[in-house]
Design a protein around this ligand. Sequence first.
Ligand code: FAD
Length: 415
Amino acid sequence: MLRGLAAGAFTALGSPAVRAQAAPRVVVIGGGFAGASAARALKREDPRLAVTLVEPNPRYTACPLSNAVIAGLRDMKRQHFGYAAIAAEGIVHVPQAATRVEPERREVVLADGVRLTFDRLIVAPGIDLRFDALPGYGKATADLMPHAWKAGEQTRLLRRQLEAMEDGGLVVISAPANPFRCPPGPYERASLIANYLQRHKPRSKILILDRKDAFSKQRLFEAGWAALYPGRIEWVGESLGGGVTEVDAATRTLRTEFGEHRAAVANVIPPQRAGAIAAIAGVADATGWCPIDPVTFESRLVPDIHVIGDAAIGGAMPKSAFTANAQAKACASAVIALLRGETPGDPKLINTCYSLLAPDYGISIAGVYTPRDGLLAEVEGAGGTSPLDAPAAVRAEEAAYGEAWFETVTAEAFG
Ligand code: FAD
């Protein structure tokens, strides 16, 4: 009789009816703007869910406004955020890196060998820098020619190099082709470095060597440079010889098809791809990025795995923290609907990118995106940029909005 009961209990536990009552498990890989926002949105929308956030770093260092740190206008401490508030909401933060994903077993393998089972997995590892893409540039040479495209020690290094540079030295910024993290970022950086040079190294100049012929908010940046930093910033697009083909880190030389430039400080921002775990999980394609369904953010390559933030690609949305946060919330809703057997609705996603040209001079670009023809397409006429001829008061207001946005988005993700 006991054997029969035991067998019955086992069957009952394994039956679909009982399993349906167990809390669905969602694992999120990556605790950046995308992953942290997604974990929180999931738990807030459905407190029954078992949500696990896999992130090896005890502290997150935010990139937005890190260009102001490089220019000596902001304390690095203000870029740091912890995971205590997330854990207090009942989300399990596992301080490990994910090293493998086994989709057929629905398991994530961690660096310490522990396995986490999931019903749905959200992959949000951000970017990796492609150290194999530019001859002469690699992990080791990034200490001589910092990228500062992942905030932290690289940000401090670029700052120190600028401080150590003699007045009159040339700062060269090498910007990559699209797509890459934060399209206006290199030009905001040039602006704020110019601000630093104007105050401390007035004989120094900045040369931007670019792998493309146009860039985000270009007319606004160029008008701002003319007004704030006349003659200090030179931009060279791809077709005029801006594409860097090779670097020599020892001599801080950047070569293009048209010649070579010797820098006192070289900020090389190499091409990028989705964080390595995306390729390991099988959700990255030959481009290095992760194609997604624009409604659910489910991978086009592996079912039940969703990709959000910088790692994802699938339309016109730029790679920004604003986008990462917006995609996280839409993806969380879609995942909850799918776990309930419902059909997720089409999301409307907003992105706004603020850039600082000086402490009291901000500009912005905004866009609205919605699924169309399998991609996230921009809604015509719904976005726009700051006016080209705005008075100083508007620029100052936009600088303040940028700061306020940072406070809001970091509070939503981490606070
Ligand atoms: P990330 O923020 O990079 O987070 C990814 C996380 O995943 C990291 O914490 C990482 O440790 C973790 N991870 C990676 N691999 C694993 C693994 N195997 N296991 C577990 N965890 C893993 N955006 C704006 O909206 N506004 C701005 O003003 C702005 N300014 C910027 C300025 C600069 C200089 C730069 C470089 C970027 C800027 N951005 C800005 C862009 C913004 O920082 C990124 O778009 C945003 O961080 C993307 O979020 P994410 O969560 O996808 O990636």
